[in-house]
Ligand binder design. Sequence first.
Ligand SMILES: C[S@@+](CC[C@H](N)C(=O)[O-])C[C@H]1O[C@@H](n2cnc3c(N)ncnc32)[C@H](O)[C@@H]1O
Length: 174
Amino acid sequence: MRTLIFVTTAFLAAGSAAAQQPDVIFVPTPHEVVDDMLRLANVKKGDILYDLGSGDGRIAIAAAKKFGIKAVGIDIDPERIREANENAKKAGVANLVEFRQADLFKADFREATVVTLYLLPDLNVKLRPRLWEELKPGTRIVSHQFDMGTWKPDKRLESSGRVVYFWTIPAKKK
Ligand SMILES: C[S@@+](CC[C@H](N)C(=O)[O-])C[C@H]1O[C@@H](n2cnc3c(N)ncnc32)[C@H](O)[C@@H]1O
């Protein structure tokens, strides 16, 4: 019996650890590309920005610092969350930004007016139905480097050898 309990616990622990593995590793967006992403998304006072897969927090922190807006970063890796919180403190915007340790595919991001992404092509496509269904019309989305498959971008910008894509959630969703 004791062996059975041990094996079951070990199995569950391994399962939950596996569920926490990042879908993509941390590679930061260069700061100049961050600036272009915010510019392309026309971020302004009153926006609420969500960076899905927020890494060291640089996009949320830059948005809070430049525009004084609320920004939320979601990352599955606790080390990234720690780092992002430290960076927010150093940048003096800890009162405006919040970093949540969560799986972006399960997180609630409905309050966003701007969503930023630097994931992978297949992850963007996997996320697309939730972006489309749950975000309010007029919400802007920018993605560093990767598009959304058949959902064609409204704009595309070259930035320091990278590409930034921009979409708006339409008023009438099909
Ligand atoms: C390529 S980095 C981008 C970091 C940041 N957005 C930037 O542009 O500098 C992707 C981040 O997504 C996080 N990540 C991967 N899979 C995730 C998931 N399922 N849920 C939340 N975060 C995830 C990784 O830990 C990593 O920090």
